[in-house]
Design a binder for this molecule. Structure first.
Ligand SMILES: NC(=O)c1ccc[n+]([C@@H]2O[C@H](COP(=O)([O-])OP(=O)(O)OC[C@H]3O[C@@H](n4cnc5c(N)ncnc54)[C@H](OP(=O)(O)O)[C@@H]3O)[C@@H](O)[C@H]2O)c1
Length: 341
């Protein structure tokens, strides 16, 4: 068992698009767990777009990371030492507080035990974790998606989008993908997306959406904000449901006011609903959803793609790939040996 570990601390709040210089790599002693706590070894760490908000100097919906703090994150790991009867060494656990370090001390009560029977343990960070649950609840709860609905999903090849498109197809809706490359769109179609729009090459995004949605968009899973949002808001079906899930296109101007066109008249005419979404509001129903998603995957109805970098040294680089759309699938970092393989 090592006595020292590597960890990433925030060196500066970014202005605009984050860069590698915003973090610094340190060596620190492996922490010791107190009463009710466990020591875990990180196996996979997740990088997610919400982290852009956490490193902003501005307040967000969760407490931010201060300069000198270890960078916050989520991950899956193995219990090394336990001071709580609910967890034993060797147990696989997941939490939103596997910070960017090789070992973490966490309260046992804050950890979710991962059942490796449901899928590979890194799936606890992808289709059986926050992104999969987000896909499930944005469409089926917040978006009130019905069979036959025409559904537009932005960031469609990413962690949330790839699962959302498949859930829409499984439930009899017609999902259309928006992504940055033809390669990503082809893969989306192989999953069950009916059509795709390349937002980088489309000459007129409003017309491209109109062409793909002759009857308008019934459900819009908005993962990006920005020009894609603006184009969809001009193509709403009657009683459209717009679920604001993420604003990843604003990563480079996070601390600036989000000034764009206003679509209040379109919302009024379509009698549309715009709803903000946070996956944590659906925690009570998460286990049932996780089981349903796992069964779809086991039955071959749901596929998934991960984009995995290796080594704690790559945490900031992996995060930056995500903000630039260089990831293809759920972006993870493999930190240490997976005991289940
Ligand atoms: N509200 C919640 O509870 C909740 C929970 C989880 C995730 N989310 C949100 O869901 C969204 C997707 O998250 P994820 O984990 O699945 O990430 P992801 O889709 O795996 O990765 C982010 C993707 O965003 C796209 N992107 C980056 N810059 C863009 C830009 N300027 N314009 C348009 N697209 C851009 C890229 O895809 P392209 O190559 O196609 O551009 C990139 O692959 C994020 O906004 C995230 O914050 C929300």
């Amino acid at each position: 068992m090592p006595t020292e570990m590597k960890r990433w601390v925030l060196a500066a709040h970014p202005t605009g698009m984050p860069a590698l210089e915003n973090w610094s790599l340190e060596t620190a002693p492996v922490p010791e767990p107190g009463p009710g706590e466990v020591l875990t070894r990180a196996v996979y760490l997740s990088v997610d777009p919400y982290m852009r908000g956490r490193i902003s100097a501005r307040a967000n919906y969760a407490a931010g990371v201060r300069i000198g703090d270890v960078m916050h994150g989520g991950g899956v790991g193995v219990v090394v030492e336990s001071n709580d009867p609910s967890l034993q060494p060797g147990d696989i656990v997941e939490s939103m507080r596997f910070d960017w370090q090789e070992f973490n001390v966490q309260k046992a009560a804050d950890l979710r035990k991962v059942n490796p029977e449901l899928g590979p343990i890194h799936s606890a960070l992808s289709y059986l974790g926050m992104p999969g649950l987000t896909a499930y609840f944005t469409l089926l709860a917040a978006g009130e998606m019905q069979e036959g609905d025409d559904v537009l999903i932005s960031a469609a090849s990413g962690a949330v989008g790839q699962i959302a498109g498949q859930i829409a197809a499984i439930r009899g809706a017609r999902p259309v993908a928006v992504a940055s490359s033809d390669e990503k769109l082809e893969w989306c179609k192989s999953l069950g997306y009916a059509d795709g729009i390349n937002y980088r090459t489309a000459t007129n995004l409003v017309e491209a959406v109109a062409e793909a949605f002759p009857n308008g968009v019934d459900v819009f899973l908005d993962n990006t904000a920005g020009p894609i949002h603006d184009a969809v808001m001009q193509n709403l079906a009657l009683h459209a449901r717009i679920v604001i899930c993420g604003t990843v296109s604003l990563a480079g101007k996070f601390d600036e006011p989000d000034i764009g066109e206003r679509f209040l008249r379109n919302i009024m005419v379509a009698r549309a609903t715009v709803r903000g979404f946070l996956v944590f509001d659906y925690a009570d129903d998460a286990e049932a959803a996780r089981l349903e998603i796992s069964n779809w995957a086991k039955d071959g109805k749901l596929r998934h793609k991960e984009d995995i970098m290796t080594g704690i040294e790559n945490m900031p680089a992996a995060f930056l790939r995500l903000l630039k759309g260089e990831n293809f699938g759920k972006q993870l970092v493999h930190i240490s040996d997976d005991p289940t393989v």
